[in-house]
Design a protein around this ligand. Sequence first.
Ligand code: ATP
Length: 139
Amino acid sequence: MAEMTVQIVTPDGIRYNHKASFISIRTPDGEMGILPNHVNLIAPLEVHEMKIRRTDHDSHVDWVAVNKGVIEVKDNVVTIIADSAERDCDIDLSRAERAKVRAEKELAEAEKAHRVDEMERAKIALQRAINRIRVGNHL
Ligand code: ATP
């Protein structure tokens, strides 16, 4: 079966390194599916869930919460470099729920005070929390 190497790197180091037959990710242009032997590319990533169908574990599907970053595809190696990324099995759901409540509160306060920078920060924190909750619930 055709396969590619998928690596996810964060400031904490290599968070993921497996073989896969398919991945999907979200760029600002939309959802993108990648198969083995894809042409080389570099693209920015959204805060979104990444799907990985593994060839080294019975076609098992892993889900990863990717928090922005970039994807590079080069010579059949897919590398995701992100500020943070968590696998479904590593997500602390109650922490993500708490982060969501906190971000919603911060967003409401910033909107009330018309503080644009704080609104943007709270919106991104909210996106991260919602993404983690979605990925954590795939288990
Ligand atoms: P929190 O307010 O809960 O810290 P955050 O969005 O501010 O959330 P980040 O700054 O994005 O957190 O991440 C800090 C570190 O904590 C990263 O290593 C990230 O992978 C990890 N992390 C954040 N939230 C979770 C979670 N719900 N489950 C597991 N790891 C998490």
